[in-house]
Design a protein around this ligand. Structure first.
Ligand code: SAH
Length: 250
């Protein structure tokens, strides 16, 4: 659980990053994304419910990045695609109703390059026509908006990916050789999700809220835990406390 202090190694870090495309409609965008990724040395691609994949159009548009497509993993849900990731970054072309920590590509990339030793990072992109759902954005630790002209804020999917992977690569190269900055492994998405469910279970057991009318409570709890980016030790402390309270209640 404890990590040795470790120097940041660019190749290791680039390999720990995966680009996740959710519900992509046009296979050409998948191919162009593969190319954009490989140009920046990021080769792990995950696809959630792509409309058409594998596809000749995707292969054609990927040019010399066919291997990225061949190795791409396909998932039924975003939750499954990111279950092993300790830092999940969601991208969004517009502001959403529930404010989440929102960074520009440069600052988010600094997070990636500093905080991800021994960890997996996912950068998540949405559907061409309607982006990511609020529920999908709620699975993320932080959100990134690429500062576009507000009159026309929506970039082509693969171009949004290109900007993100370029910034991530730049930040990683800049931090090469620096010390990592955390002593305990970060919790992965699955561990944090189980903690959030456990807290919900406990809140229901003590009638903390009306089941039919939780209003924004669950979302706020979720945001708190996601924003905190908990490590494994912290998750264990909360889970242990919740379990102890449940035991006393029985
Ligand atoms: N009409 C959609 C836009 C989707 S564009 C919407 O309103 O959300 C497809 C995807 O490209 C987005 O889900 C996001 O992942 C990425 N993207 C496009 N423009 C972006 C921007 N300005 N900042 C961050 N991501 C962007």
């Amino acid at each position: 659980m404890f990590m040795d202090s470790k120097k940041i190694n660019s190749n290791e870090l680039l390999n720990s990053i995966k680009v996740v495309l959710v519900g992509t409609t046009h296979p050409g965008n998948i191919g162009a994304t593969a190319r954009a990724m490989k140009n920046m040395g990021i080769v792990n691609m995950a696809l959630v419910e792509p409309k058409e994949f594998p596809s000749d159009i995707a292969t054609y548009r990927s040019k010399a990045a066919k291997d990225v497509l061949e190795n791409a993993e396909v998932f039924d849900t975003l939750k499954m695609a990111i279950s092993d990731c300790e830092l999940v970054i969601g991208t969004s072309a517009r502001e959403r109703k529930v404010p989440w920590p929102i960074l520009n590509p440069k600052d988010a990339s600094q997070e990636v390059s500093r905080g991800s030793l021994n960890n997996k990072v996912a950068v998540v992109f949405g559907r061409e026509d309607r982006g990511l759902t609020n529920e999908e954005l709620g699975l993320c630790n932080l959100h990134v908006h690429i500062p576009t002209d507000p009159e026309y804020s929506s970039l082509n999917l693969s171009q949004a990916v290109q900007i993100m992977v370029y910034e991530i690569r730049s930040a990683i190269l800049e931090n090469e050789g620096n010390d990592g900055n955390w002593d305990v492994e970060f919790a992965d998405n699955d561990q944090t999700e189980r903690l959030i469910s456990h807290m919900d279970e406990l809140m229901q057991e003590v009638d903390f809220y009306e089941i039919d009318n939780p209003r924004k409570l669950l979302l706020r709890v979720r945001r708190f835990f996601k924003r905190s980016r908990l490590d494994v030790m912290e998750v264990n402390i909360f889970r242990g406390l919740f379990a102890a309270i449940q035991k006393k209640l029985k």
